[in-house]
Design a protein around this ligand. Sequence first.
Ligand code: ATP
Ligand code: MG
Length: 227
Amino acid sequence: MYELRNVTKRYTRGKETVHALDGVDLTIPDGDRLVIQGPTGGGKSTLLQMLGGLDRPSSGEVVLDGTDLAKLSEAKLTRVRSANIGFVFQSFNLIPTLTAQENVETALVPLGAKAKERRERAAEALKSVGLGERLGHLPSEMSGGQQQRVAIARALVKQPKVLLADEPTGNLDESMRDEIMEVLERMWKELGLTFIMVTHDSSIAKKAPRLATIRKGKLSVTENTGR
Ligand SMILES: Nc1ncnc2c1ncn2[C@@H]1O[C@H](COP(=O)(O)OP(=O)(O)OP(=O)(O)O)[C@@H](O)[C@H]1O
Ligand SMILES: [Mg+2]
């Protein structure tokens, strides 16, 4: 479970200060599925970076299961991140010279998994996203939707507690977008993850049971129980 208390993030460039996050309070229970939307520059990616321990707040607490990520040393933060948090980005971020299988295996290296175990778990993860036949393909030999599925397998192969996705369908056409959303939804249900996703897609946002909106660094949450 996440508990964010009065989280701010300021970026200073010369004389100008941007309040990317401005006093954000947010509780995310285990197994929740939270969609984050809002105008460009509103602070969505910044919030995801705080949740993922990719960056630290200027002030406030980002508590994951009782541990304030903002206070951890860099080494401990890296450990929490590589064991517990999976990321999926708009731009896939696959390593172009590695096969699908090898890209997925990279997520297991920091966890100290042996080569054989890495191979088996990566193959299993790729099968679960429907890419069992593409293990030896390079990213350049796959469609955008397939590359994003490799990225999802890489995020999930370590069996994280949390999956963070920043506009995971942003670079995909409509049919691939639906396909990727189906994979993400299925993984969320099957794995009991906490799933937090930033999207510009209003059709996805409309269906979300819990919707967070960030404007100018300020967050509000609405429950869509009636829909
Ligand atoms: N590293 C940085 N240095 C300076 N300013 C930054 C940095 N990262 C983000 N910002 C600023 O913080 C604000 C929030 O940025 P953020 O990337 O979180 O927005 P966003 O909601 O994800 O936007 P988009 O929908 O375009 O992805 C913006 O004004 C942005 O310019
Ligand atoms: Mg963004």
